[in-house]
Design a protein around this ligand. Structure first.
Ligand code: ADP
Ligand code: MG
Length: 394
């Protein structure tokens, strides 16, 4: 188990703290459209302020690629955080330099300040050591609460930790605990559900769960690639031609593994992928011509549901169909409903699946929703995440 020092382990009073948050939120006309990521950091922010820290927040927003881009300034985020916190969050137009140093030097215990978008500097993503040193200079401590960017070795996620002691925030701590639990103390039977578009995005996660899980249920575009590799035609369905031999290898691995891999036995197909277009349900061997498989069918979600019912832990990444286009969100919704009914402990991760369950208003049925997309996948793969490695060991 990864054990890292957190903000609960030290005296915070009077400490000048630089905290990396993931406030990379969607904006709409200069307003925050979805504040989930801001709310996820509130417990850490409130804990630090209550304990007398002098707190300075740093985040990226969008992909300014080293250019000072007016639409990607963090002012709307500071405004939203002010509302959520019920306390004014001052935002300054600088990230490093004398203006920041002067402002931090005049802070009092319990004050909070937000810096400008750290990706306005090219040195951030290059993890430039001079930039990291300058970024760290005004502070006593670094706190990382940005789990969603922990798989990146950037100056504000990893580099700064060379210059000041680095601790986990409460969100970071919780992510590490919850995601490790699935790998290290899984409830049995452990069922992994994998969907989403591509096998190629998730090869190592598939491998890992073939070793670790008791059941691996596959849906989404990824399942199409496996079915084509298994010899079905699948008509005009989305699949990855270049991944067919890898998919065959993974199927072969599953045959000798104790993990049972379950591919869809029926699929919802349409000729025209738009809202409420005509569709039908076919077995894989019945699909041909212009039909596209866009969701798992009723036999499949019923089968998945009965496996879920017998499971004691569930991990899930990736939607099981083209959930953006109803009714092809049904497979994802039915599986989420089965999880809601089961007594299994459930953990999900991945940007699109989280968005799908939000849209279906089913996210409150899940025990833990990871804030990471790529970071969650890399954690489950067993990769080292630079933003976590940089934190002090407990
Ligand atoms: P996540 O972000 O949860 O990890 P991915 O990014 O891997 O998920 O995949 C999400 C995308 O997969 C969605 O845009 C969805 O429309 C697409 N998808 C799911 N099933 C299919 C399918 N059968 N055919 C084509 N695309 C699909
Ligand atoms: Mg995605």
């Amino acid at each position: 188990m990864i054990r890292k020092k957190s903000i609960e382990d030290i005296d915070l009073k009077g400490k000048k703290i630089l905290m990396r948050v993931d406030f990379n939120v969607p904006l709409d006309n200069g307003n925050v459209r979805d504040d989930t990521r801001i709310r996820a950091a509130l417990p850490t922010i409130e804990f630090l302020l209550k304990n007398g820290a002098r707190l300075v927040l740093v985040s990226h927003l969008g992909r300014p690629k080293g250019e000072k881009t007016p639409e990607l300034k963090l002012d709307p985020v500071a405004k939203r955080l002010t509302e959520l916190l019920g306390k004014r969050v001052e935002k300054i137009d600088y990230t490093i330099g004398p203006e920041v140093e002067a402002r931090v030097a005049s802070m009092n215990d319990g004050d909070i300040l937000m810096l400008e978008n750290v990706r306005f500097y090219r040195e951030e993503e290059d993890n430039d050591s001079d930039f990291a040193r300058t970024l760290a200079k005004p502070y006593d401590l670094f706190v990382n609460d940005a789990f969603g960017t922990a798989h990146r070795a950037h100056a504000s996620t990893a580099g700064v930790a060379e210059y000041i002691p680095a601790l986990a925030g409460l969100l970071m701590k919780k992510e590490i605990e919850e995601l490790s639990r699935c790998l290290e103390e899984p409830g049995r039977p452990l069922t992994a559900i994998l969907g989403g578009a591509k096998v190629s995005d998730k090869i190592n996660v598939i491998r890992r769960f073939l070793e670790l899980a008791d059941n691996l249920l596959v849906g989404g575009g990824m399942a199409n690639t496996f079915l084509v590799a298994a010899g079905y035609n699948l008509g005009a369905s989305y699949h990855e031609q270049e991944q067919l031999s890898l998919a065959s290898d993974l199927i072969a691995t599953s045959k000798i593994s104790r993990c049972r891999m379950v591919l869809p036995s029926d699929l919802v197909v349409t000729e025209d992928l738009k809202q409420n277009s005509n569709y039908k349900v076919l077995a894989p061997e019945e699909i041909n011509g212009n039909w596209k498989a866009v969701d798992i069918g009723p036999k499949t979600f019923t089968m998945f549901g009965s496996i879920i019912k017998e499971s004691s832990m569930i991990v899930w990444n990736g939607p099981l169909g083209v959930f953006e286009v109803p009714p092809f969100d049904r497979g994802t919704a039915e599986v989420a409903a089965a999880i809601a009914e089961s007594s299994a402990y459930s953990v999900i991760g991945g940007g699109d699946l989280v968005a799908a369950l939000e849209k279906l208003k089913l996210s409150d049925q899940i025990d833990f929703i990871s804030t990471g997309g790529g970071a969650t996948l890399e954690f489950w793969e067993g990769k080292e995440l630079p933003g976590i490695t940089a934190l002090k060991d407990k």
